[in-house]
Design a protein around this ligand. Sequence first.
Ligand code: ZN
Length: 277
Amino acid sequence: MMIEKKDKKIIYVLCLVLALTIAFSAGIISSKNNENHNEQGNKNTTLEVSEKQTQNTTQATETTNETTNDIVTQATTVYELGTINNPYIITINESQWHLTLVNSSYRIPDTYEPDLVAVCGSEERLDRKIALEYEKMYAAALNEGVYLTPCSGYRSYELQERNYNNKIKFFENQGYSTEDAKVKAATIIMPPGSSEHNLGYAMDIVCVEEWFENTDEFRWLTENAADYGFIMRYPKDKQHITKVIYEPWHWRYVGIEAAKEMKEKNLTLEEYLGVTE
Ligand SMILES: [Zn+2]
């Protein structure tokens, strides 16, 4: 009797272990299936979102994926830390050089040396790549009797530094704290390394006076400059974004495609690149 009871117990325990093993295995398989299913679901969702985002971006910017990615890369990896007191020293993305952003928060290093050439027989110089584009625009305007006379092109880092420091002193003498004087000065004279003139990418055309906005040259530029890749960099209605005073005379090369889109959508370079504070 004792032996029979013992056997029954063993059989019962074995059955229990077997049942638990089967149940456990089934549970594991079931759990894994769920995980796989969820992973697949997430991937599909992510893919859909990515595709939608890509489609939207492509439709919005009318650029190739490669260009869009480069802009995004530039905007997210290069332009992310700068402030006027702690400016970010940028490196130029060779494939997107024409979209290089400099302002009081994002600056080129003091060692930067552009490849310069004089423009339209003047003494004013621009980066060689841009000088050619300026001359095309100059010739087109001249053909309509409009003179886009170069007034101020490239400026050295050292000259920019002297001008900026003088402007800081000017505001300090008016009673501003050094901190406020720096910010105030930067709206008029960009800090060294943050001016597009230090890059050789911009030309002040005809003069540096606000009355320029009432000239035929200004009207011609407003209508046609984008077709040659130039934008008015510091518009009147965007001073809160550029942090620079209205400068109808300052025209910056960004490439034809970007210039046309920025003009059409009324975007500054900061807005175009998605780098606004
Ligand atoms: Zn300028």
